[in-house]
Write a protein that binds this ligand. Structure first.
Ligand code: AMP
Length: 424
């Protein structure tokens, strides 16, 4: 019986990979220009890291983690996001020493047991960046500016930045109480999820997608009106810095994050084209997280870009992505020619020329058809006659002309004719 991939996960096939490479390349360049260095953390961690770091009452921890005992009986979890692992690595390797700002990024797969639907997978990919060690609003603004630059460089223009402040441990508790009071009499009108969240995590009720809940919540008090003065000042500085670099935003009082460790600035970037799953980026400040997982008190802020959604948006722009294909095709007639071609192909590849040759040669016609299909610039044709004369035919596939050249000189000649292959 044929075995298929697991529900909610997908293969990225060779004809799609150019988009992924492109996005990763631009992301690395922009992140590194902003001083971020790559960090690679394991794909699985002790379950306790995520329950503590993400929060027991979040959807991720309650419903979505891939958790299982390993053969030694340890409970392990496939990472559902990168922030907890990065802060764990930061603490474990004492990256807070010497004191200062640590900026890191990571690109890779995340795992969540969610209901698969368009734009929502069980293994998906994120570009994640974290800045640890500074509570300055300048870092918040820099990070958002970085994101806007990154998305623009990738080729996306129509994006809405939504922003809110979630306050801190001084002003959030009174706000939470005010929200509870507002909702107390309306509880029976709200959905089951909201009723469940009322006790455990009332802020999460604000981003309920249920239309009748949204109607009721429209009149709810806004965190913005409850911010203590340091949090208010922080938010206002972030906003004025964004304005100073020409970034517009929507202040969205309903924007709350599912994760308990978020404080102050929180943001999302929405793309109208994506339908219900329209958030491409989510991020925010988490000044309590490092301490929560056993490190020294350390402010931090980060974001995660959903790569599947980003690529879906790129596809809508109609951008052209070159596929990987050889520049040269080596057609052969006869066993001796095939043997010689094998040696020459080895040399050419060693000199950086992308070349394919025929291993199951049929007629020259069928080999030329293959060369055409592969979209090569040049085809080399070697038969026993040419071989005996020390010659080879070089066919220019664009101009459809051909010449006989010295077999010893043909590699140099091709190298001159072909554009330089770069590593980018
Ligand atoms: P989060 O880590 O939940 O803040 O998500 C950050 C971004 O990751 C979202 O804005 C999405 O673009 C993307 N994302 C989250 N969950 C999924 C998923 N199950 N499938 C695809 N993309 C996702």
């Amino acid at each position: 019986m044929e075995i298929h991939a697991i529900r909610g996960v997908r293969d990225i096939l060779p004809d799609e990979i150019a988009k992924w490479h492109y996005v990763e390349r631009v992301a690395r360049r922009v992140l590194e220009t902003h001083g971020y260095a790559e960090i690679r953390t394991p794909l699985f961690e002790k379950t306790a890291l995520f329950t503590r770091g993400i929060g027991e009452t979040t959807d991720i921890v309650e419903k979505e983690m891939y958790t299982f005992p390993d053969k030694g009986g340890e409970m392990i979890t496939l990472r559902p996001e990168a922030t907890a692992s990065i802060t764990r690595a930061y603490t474990e390797h004492k990256l807070y020493f010497p004191p200062g700002l640590v900026k890191v990024y990571c690109i890779g797969p995340m795992f969540r047991y969610e209901r698969p639907q368009a734009g929502r997978y069980r293994q998906f990919h994120q570009i994640d960046a974290e800045a640890l060690g500074s509570g300055s609003p300048y870092i918040d603004a820099e990070m958002i500016a970085l994101l806007m630059t990154l998305l623009r460089e990738i080729g996306l223009q129509k994006l809405d930045l939504h922003l809110n402040s979630l306050g801190d441990s001084t002003c959030r508790p009174p706000y939470r109480e005010a929200l509870r009071q507002f909702l107390a009499e309306k509880l029976s009108l709200l959905c089951k999820d909201c009723q469940g969240r009322y006790e455990r995590n009332p802020l999460r009720m604000l981003d309920c997608k249920n239309p009748s809940c949204q109607d009721i919540l429209a009149a709810a008090p806004a965190m913005y009106d409850y911010l203590c003065s340091p949090c208010r000042e922080h938010l206002e500085t972030v906003l004025s810095l964004l304005t100073a670099v020409g970034i517009s935003y929507v202040l969205n009082a309903r924007l709350v994050r599912g994760l308990d460790y978020y404080t102050r600035t929180t943001f999302e970037i929405l793309a109208p084209g994506l339908g219900a799953q329209n958030a491409v980026v989510g991020g925010g400040r988490y000044d309590g997280l490092v301490e929560a997982i056993g490190g020294p008190p350390t402010p931090g802020i980060g974001f995660a870009i959903g790569m599947e959604r980003l690529i879906a948006l790129l596809e809508e722009t109609g951008m052209h992505f070159p596929s990987i294909h050889p520049e040269v095709f080596f057609a052969v007639l006869g066993e001796k020619a095939q043997f010689k071609a094998f040696q020459m192909v080895h040399t050419m590849r060693g000199r950086g020329i992308p070349v394919e040759m025929e291993y199951d040669p049929k007629s020259l016609k069928s080999q030329l058809r293959k060369a055409n299909k592969a979209n090569v610039r040049y085809t080399l044709i070697l038969g026993e006659d040419e071989l005996a004369k020390g010659k080879i035919i070089l066919k220019d596939m664009t101009g459809d002309t051909q010449e006989e050249v010295d077999i010893e000189k043909v590699i140099d000649l091709l190298q001159e004719k072909l554009p330089l292959q770069t590593s980018e």
